[in-house]
Design a protein around this ligand. Structure first.
Ligand SMILES: Cc1cc2nc3c(=O)[nH]c(=O)nc-3n(C[C@H](O)[C@H](O)[C@H](O)COP(=O)(O)OP(=O)(O)OC[C@H]3O[C@@H](n4cnc5c(N)ncnc54)[C@H](O)[C@@H]3O)c2cc1C
Length: 436
């Protein structure tokens, strides 16, 4: 089954998981506004909880990796649900307020802990406001927020889900009176606990393999490094990565884990080579790793260049920006790959052109270096950026190639536009983004 088919199956399963709420909840007893609003509020409330659980599950890579080869398409479903489906939950307090004739302020804003009922309402209010904060930060402010503040706000979802679940008993009009609804709520709670346990397994590194740093060197003054890691004695090595795949590295128990493409894999020793550029907090910590230290790896993930079977000889062009060259290294260096391969590598200067000398040796004239700040280019070097004119200068028939893009988002967008100008259909273009 292709990744796209699997994604369709997941989306279909999500849609089907909304059906039990419809079957279990008792329809309105009378066609009055009060009854209909109460029924809809319950339905939307349960749908909201189910969708939140799906988002939680789809954000758990140790689970999604069991089904998908790549995480990016799963995260796209997660993101889509978060932006377009979750706002539906905001209708829940409005409908409750409407059915009880209370105003919106009482049901969604003003806190009260006077009675048991009030305390349950308060749990729901907290869940709702946390969701509002997450939604605003992701759907409206994402491009304005730095990665980490956005990520930490996103973690509020872990608090919002239990609060949402706990506000239902003794409050949900149907869960108090219908045993099936109560049972259903219990199943949702169990699902939440099951996902928490899977998450805990990941936090405790039980789903990861331990590797030892065998070599770690700085390769440019600009802050680029090569890291070689081998499976630690007694630890189960990761599955052999396919070319162009990436692994997640975690530095310790409390560390974040970040993705890095595998530039080389040694089948005999299981040794992995990665190349990375200093970007922020995590890569600065990564750069401090000493030979002999342990790291926790998970993966491999990704399907970026999977459609390049070694038996097929479709000619290809790799368009790389900066450190975005890493997913192509193993392909270019492979002795088995006999297809026509071109590499256009865009960098600021020769100094920041990571791994290019080795790749130039392999590809010869089919390796073109483009420098935005290097004024005197040599043979097979260009000044400026990747444009349709530049590609047309080297490729006699640009439409016969399949293109693979990896680099900063503006560079990838410029490349897509250049390829469109050359008449290359989008179906011949694949891309990988270095960040979610
Ligand atoms: C599939 C994939 C393969 C990658 N391969 C390489 C590689 O071979 N070499 C390399 O130098 N870089 C690679 N990256 C990028 C690398 O993961 C980020 O540069 C690094 O995580 C930045 O973290 P930071 O804290 O140092 O920098 P920050 O400045 O905090 O982050 C910079 C940007 O990196 C992205 N990012 C941060 N944390 C994560 C995360 N946990 N998961 C996904 N994206 C994140 C965000 O878009 C963020 O805006 C890859 C990214 C992806 C998604």
């Amino acid at each position: 089954m292709t990744e796209q088919h699997k994604r369709h199956v997941v989306v279909g399963t999500i849609a089907m998981s909304l059906i039990p709420s419809v079957l279990i909840l008792e329809p309105p007893s009378a066609p009055t506004l009060k009854h209909v609003a109460l029924y809809l509020s319950a339905l939307i409330g349960y749908w909201g909880i189910v969708l939140m659980l799906w988002m939680y599950l789809l954000g758990t890579k140790s689970v999604t990796a069991l089904i998908f080869r790549d995480l990016a398409p799963v995260l796209r479903v997660h993101k889509w649900l978060g932006i377009y489906a979750i706002p539906m939950i905001f209708l829940h307090p409005l409908l409750v307020g409407l059915s009880y004739g209370a105003n919106l302020l009482t049901f969604s804003i003003l806190p009260s802990i006077a009675t048991q009922y009030d305390r349950h309402v308060l749990l729901g209010q907290i869940a709702l406001w946390l969701l509002v904060i997450i939604w605003v930060s992701s759907a409206i402010l994402r491009s304005k927020l730095a990665f980490r503040p956005w990520k930490y706000i996103h973690y509020l979802a872990y608090v919002s889900i239990p609060f949402a679940l706990l506000h239902v008993p003794d409050l949900g009009s149907q869960s108090t009176t219908h045993v099936f609804v109560r049972g259903y709520l219990f199943v949702l709670m169990l699902t939440f606990f099951a996902i928490c346990i899977l998450r805990l397994r990941s936090i405790l590194n039980l789903d990861k393999s331990t590797y030892t740093v065998a070599r770690h060197i700085q390769i440019t003054k600009a802050g680029d490094y090569v890291l070689i890691a081998r499976p630690a004695d007694g630890s189960r090595p990761l599955r052999a990565p396919r070319r162009g795949q990436y692994v997640y590295i975690k530095l310790g128990f409390l560390s974040e884990d970040h993705p890095f493409s595998v530039t080389q894999y040694d089948e005999d020793t299981g040794q992995l080579t990665l190349a990375y550029r200093l970007a922020g907090m995590y890569t600065k910590e990564l750069a401090k790793l000493q030979v002999g230290q342990s790291v926790h790896l998970s993966g491999p993930y990704g399907s970026f260049t999977d459609d390049l079977a070694e038996t097929d000889t479709t000619p290809v062009v790799y368009l790389a920006g900066g450190i975005g060259i890493t997913p192509f290294v193993d392909r270019v260096m492979s002795e088995n790959d006999i297809r026509e391969q071109w590499l256009f590598a865009a960098n600021r200067s020769r100094e920041t052109a990571v791994l290019l000398p080795q790749l130039k040796k392999e590809l010869g004239d089919r390796c073109v270096a483009i420098y935005s700040a290097e004024q005197v280019p040599a043979a097979n070097e260009e000044h400026g950026y990747i444009t349709s004119t530049l590609l047309g200068k080297y490729l006699s028939d640009p439409t016969k190639y399949r293109y693979y893009l990896c680099g900063p988002p503006p560079m990838m967008q410029a490349c897509r536009e250049a390829l469109a100008e050359l008449g290359v259909p989008p179906s011949q273009v694949r891309s990988e983004t270095f960040g979610w």
